[in-house]
Design a protein around this ligand. Structure first.
Ligand code: URA
Length: 254
């Protein structure tokens, strides 16, 4: 994996060490050009190996067909007008999601915060900046993935979503996933992971395993929420392991 200066910068922001190896054999890039499979098993858990002869990350996202533009617009309209639970009363606006509707990677968070509620876009606050850095570290720009939340409206004072709110919103997320048809889903944090995968297992126990969502099954990888990583920067190394695992699973399918 050859890293651009920008990726070096983002890995530094994540607290990840970069180890340099010269003249190693290259197994060839995948569709995104990021070949994490080429990182030997002996790679220090939290580090990344830079290979001089590898192709740099950050290629153009492959086009996938979903075609149903009218259905997507209809879904956006339904979300914008939604009053299925009480959260509509306190919102400035709904936060539908953002990114490439044909994306291979879909990232799912919990619910909009104050800044997201103001701007109508997920992950635009401090946690969003860190999420962007995490994406950059595996070679993606925010525009190349699709980012959504379990809830489309901000809960008051950012409290945890209530079960009835999750149920009311679940159809929207399901339709988003069915339209985007991602090759991998990254669940960001406990609330996203537990609600998506219908489990009460603590997030620490969910990490490092491969899950599936829906039928046909989409692989799901669980990682810490970026807001938690801001509070607990030592855990960033674990999130880097999760991202590498997600990339490995993704590459298996392309
Ligand atoms: N946290 C989330 O889970 N989602 C957002 O959109 C912002 C912060």
């Amino acid at each position: 994996m050859r890293l651009s200066p920008r990726q070096h910068h983002y890995l530094q922001a994540l607290g990840i060490d970069v180890y340099k190896i010269r003249n190693t054999e290259h197994t060839g890039p995948g569709r995104q050009g990021t070949d994490l499979k080429s990182v030997p098993a002996s790679t220090p858990a939290a580090g990344v190996i830079e290979q001089d002869n590898a192709v740099s990350a950050g290629g153009i996202a492959p086009q996938t067909e979903n075609g149903d533009v009218a259905g997507w617009e209809e879904l956006q309209r339904k979300v914008a007008e939604c009053r299925l639970c009480g959260l509509y009363e306190g919102r400035t606006q709904t936060v539908f999601g953002v990114g490439d509707v044909n994306a291979d990677w879909m990232l799912i968070g919990e619910a909009p915060g104050a800044e997201e509620d103001r701007r109508g876009e997920p992950f635009v606050g401090r946690a969003g900046k860190l999420l962007d850095a995490m994406l950059q570290a595996v070679g993606f720009a925010r525009e190349q993935v699709f980012i959504a939340n379990i809830l489309k409206c901000r809960p008051p004072k950012n409290r945890d979503p209530r079960p009835e709110e999750v149920v009311a919103c679940s159809n929207y997320l399901e339709q988003q996933i069915n339209t985007v048809k991602p090759k991998i889903i990254l669940a960001l944090g406990r609330v996203a992971a537990q609600n998506l995968l219908k489990t009460e297992t603590p997030i620490g126990k969910m990490r490092g395993k491969r899950y599936h969502y829906g039928d046909p099954p989409v692989p799901v990888v669980v990682t810490y929420h970026p807001a938690y990583l801001l509070r607990s920067p030592r855990e960033k190394k674990k999130s880097w392991q999760d991202l590498r695992m997600a990339m490995t699973i993704y590459k298996e399918q392309t």
